[in-house]
Write a protein that binds this ligand. Structure first.
Ligand code: HEM
Ligand SMILES: *[C@@H]1O[C@H](CO)[C@@H](O)[C@H](O)[C@H]1NC(C)=O
Ligand SMILES: *[C@@H]1O[C@H](CO)[C@@H](O)[C@H](O)[C@H]1NC(C)=O
Length: 312
């Protein structure tokens, strides 16, 4: 799952090397202690708790988007604030934590560019507006990506993140129950996989029910290229996944990544770094949020100065 917004700006890997030299170690430590909790999203606006139920976190998509991963970011931020108060943005902590989560689950490591500022806006309606839809066809996905400077290779590589995590039954129920008049099951889906999904998601299933995105290793939280082997076998969960193999333009890349984990890892790292530049706020834009779960203006000023004060 990812959140896409407009704009590009200059970031740097050394942005905090003077102002918060221990940053990367602090975040890594918190992430390792919360092993296997993957968070995603490119802008910490997804983390705002809204008092009126209108924040991004309150959208239906929050059901698995946030939760444990969200708490991890809040915790990492508190650890960072204790050492470098008011210096490091929540968006940057999220970017570092995402990298650490990829590494901890066995994926490739990469340097994270830093210097993002936190957004001052977090609206439920933005989630649907900026997220690719799981029912999207190849051209819709590619359009959304190219609009943000990401190309077809990036699309295929980033989708590999679906080797990790889980999805709600509602996100793919159309593919297994009412795909079309002539075929209730999406013909690009492996029929045995469709049966498995129908068992896991019977009609009328609890809307909170989630299924693992990687059917081949449902219990393992391993970041690997199995996702692409699954696509070749017709075991992509969403239309947006399976389309990458169905479409002749991207199929060779899927086959390449299925056969060459090194090529997948390299493309994933390239694409993650590009994704990390999409729509970021820098310079004087936005703010450095003191608490990742609230805009500064909603925080009690006393809380800001006392709660996160550096211990002498
Ligand atoms: C290419 C277009 C993409 C689409 C259409 C898409 C769609 C989705 C959907 C519908 C879910 C399930 C959400 C739910 O049921 O609550 C999901 C989960 C997830 N997505 Fe994506 N996604 C895309 C790309 C990405 C990218 C680029 C990343 C990361 C770089 C990513 C990482 C994840 C992860 C880790 C989960 C699991 C969430 C969890 O376990 O809580 N996705 N995605
Ligand atoms: C998700 O949103 C629902 C409302 O749509 C809300 O009741 C729930 O508390 C939210 N969950 C989290 C973890 O924020
Ligand atoms: C996408 O961009 C990367 C560099 O960012 C490049 O290596 C790759 O070949 C490009 N793919 C396509 C299809 O243009």
């Amino acid at each position: 799952m990812m959140v896409i917004e407009g704009g590009e700006a200059q970031l740097s890997e050394n942005f905090y090397s003077a102002s918060c030299p221990r940053l990367k170690n602090i975040v890594k430590k918190v992430m390792i202690s919360m092993i296997f909790q993957v968070n995603k999203g490119c802008d910490a606006s997804v983390m705002i708790l809204s008092p009126n139920g209108d924040a991004e976190k309150d959208s239906e998509d929050n059901l698995s988007l946030v939760g444990d991963g969200f708490d991890t970011i809040v915790e990492a931020k508190q650890a960072v604030e204790a050492v470098c108060p008011g210096v490091v943005s929540c968006s940057d902590i999220l970017a570092l934590a995402t990298r650490d989560a990829v590494v901890v689950t066995g994926g490739p490591s990469y340097n994270v560019e830093l210097g993002r500022r936190d957004g001052l806006r977090s609206k439920k309606s933005d989630v649907t507006k900026h997220l690719p839809d799981p029912d999207n066809k190849f051209n819709e996905l590619l359009n959304m990506f190219t609009k943000h400077g990401l190309n077809q290779t990036d699309l295929v590589a980033l989708s590999g993140a679906h080797t990790i995590g889980a999805a709600h039954c509602s996100k793919f129920s159309k593919r297994i129950y009412n795909y079309s008049q002539s075929s209730p099951v999406d013909p690009t889906m492996n029929p045995i996989y469709a049966l498995l999904l129908q068992q896991q998601c019977p009609p009328g299933v609890n809307p909170k029910k989630v299924v693992p995105m990687d059917p081949a290793r449902p219990r393992s939280k391993t970041f690997d290229n199995l996702y692409y082997q699954n696509l070749i076998a017709g075991m992509g969960l969403f239309t947006s996944d399976q389309e990458l193999f169905t479409n002749p333009a991207s199929r060779p890349t899927v086959i390449d990544f299925a056969n060459n984990p090194g090529n997948f890892n390299a493309a994933f790292v390239t694409a993650m770094r590009k994704l990390g530049r999409v729509g970021v706020k820098t310079g004087k834009q936005g703010e450095i949020r003191r608490n990742c779960a609230a805009f500064n203006e909603h925080l009690n000023p006393k809380e800001i100065t006392t709660k996160f004060r550096v211990k002498p």
